[in-house]
Design a protein around this ligand. Structure first.
Ligand SMILES: [Zn+2]
Length: 407
């Protein structure tokens, strides 16, 4: 596990055991100095087994511009029913940075301490045989199988196989003449964010498995006589570069919010973004510290919005306006209104209101409705309607209605 290198201490001069402690205490005293100067008291927790980038991602609140992308991401965290976000744009527009920056806004979760991800609810649902022997022992002794942890952003590797995603037979256990199923990436994503970069390059069977699990909040795998069902409640975020290929319309339809991410257009924004990124490269810790208080506040507000969400109602007259818009745009998929209304509820909750207004709909409509119209279906319906007219005209010409009535 690589530790951070944000210290100039020469590792060769320090005995290995003390290296980490020395390095940390040196950083700490420097930070304390900064804290004293700036009046801040930031004490980030160091996580074991984490890369540097994971410990100190670029702060969400330090992102410059890209308001629609940031709003879409926040709404998807407040209300999972918006069915995720798809970020569409060229490379280098900050899509991945923005997704990773969400980590500090997420509330803590309860996670299994076991490699296999055994949970007490597995026992409640499927009995003691559904967890591994070590966990079964712990469970019997009344010891916890989970611990409170920070939420994670699980990034799906582009070379992931279906078996990695949904899990499969545990070869190690098979070698010991035991049969058990191994969890996949989807179950690791439970309660977390699942991020698929370049989702348009992923094999169809994998995308389908992920979207099905995302829709159901769980998934079942079967291998011969064995089957297991895992929880998979996650916020799905995908990104794609349209220069590298399209996404099948059926898949596109299943992503709730769609954001077109362009490069920053204003010169001032570009300069601000450059300065922040440069500052972050020099000292991630300093930038994270600068935004620490705002980040904490945003995290609390996000949790409050989540708490308020179940009580947020959508009045009929507001819903009718939304439907009117969808009909005027000739969008067929019912997912359009589900996403639009759920995003509007999340927006109202974020604003501390329990009633959705027309204005909320107006704000979220572009990201919920864009790329919903299928040019294929539009042409198909136009062709059918032309055919229908010709058909009726020919029938009328051959057997006029008046003739048939008289005859
Ligand atoms: Zn276990």
């Amino acid at each position: 596990m690589e530790q951070q290198n944000s210290t100039s201490l020469d590792p060769n001069t320090i005995p290995k055991d003390n290296q980490e402690t020395e390095a940390q205490s040196s950083i700490r005293s420097l930070r304390e100095l900064i804290d004293l100067v700036t009046g801040r008291g930031f004490k980030p927790e160091l996580e074991e087994e984490s890369g540097f980038a994971e410990i100190l991602p670029f702060p969400f609140l330090a992102l410059v511009g890209q308001m629609e992308m940031r709003l879409a991401l926040l709404l998807s965290l407040i209300n999972p029913a918006v069915s995720g976000v798809l970020l569409i744009g060229p490379r280098g527009t900050g899509k991945t940075t923005a997704v990773r920056s969400l980590i500090n806004l997420l509330p803590d979760i309860e996670r299994s301490t076991c490699f296999y991800g055994c949970l007490p609810e597995d026992v409640e649902i499927g009995g003691i045989d559904t967890i591994c022997p070590d966990c079964a022992k712990k469970y019997a002794e009344g010891k916890p199988l989970t611990k409170t942890e920070k939420a994670r952003i699980v990034e799906l590797p582009l070379n992931a196989r279906l078996e990695d995603v949904v899990g499969g037979l545990d070869e190690h256990a098979v070698a010991h003449e035991r049969f058990r199923l191994k969890r996949g990436i989807l179950s690791l994503a439970d309660q977390n964010i699942l991020y698929i970069d370049e989702v348009n390059l992923l094999a169809d069977e994998i995308v389908d498995a992920i979207l099905d699990a995302a829709a159901q909040g769980s998934y079942t795998i079967r291998r011969g006589q064995f089957s297991a069902t895992y929880k998979a409640n996650f916020t799905l975020i995908g990104s794609m570069n349209p220069e590298e290929g399209n996404l099948r319309p059926q898949i596109l339809d299943r992503f709730g919010l769609r954001v077109i991410v362009r490069g920053l257009s204003s010169a001032q924004e570009r300069l601000d973004a450059y300065r922040r990124v440069a500052a972050y490269r020099r000292s991630p810790r300093r930038v994270v510290t600068q935004f620490y208080q705002e980040t904490e506040l945003a995290r609390i507000e996000l949790q409050e919005a989540r708490n308020l969400l179940p009580r947020v109602i959508l009045p009929d007259e507001v819903a009718r306006k939304g439907i009117q818009m969808i009909q005027a745009l000739q969008i067929d998929s019912l997912r359009a209104e589900i996403t639009m209304f759920e995003a509007a509820r999340a927006y109202a909750a974020a604003d501390g209101r329990s009633v959705v207004s027309q204005e909320d709909i107006r704000i979220v409509a572009p990201m919920a409705l864009r790329l919903r119209r299928s040019s294929f279906m539009t042409k198909y319906f136009e062709d059918r309607s032309r055919e229908e007219k010709e058909l009726l005209a020919t029938i009328e010409q051959t057997i006029p209605e008046s003739t048939s009535q008289i005859g």
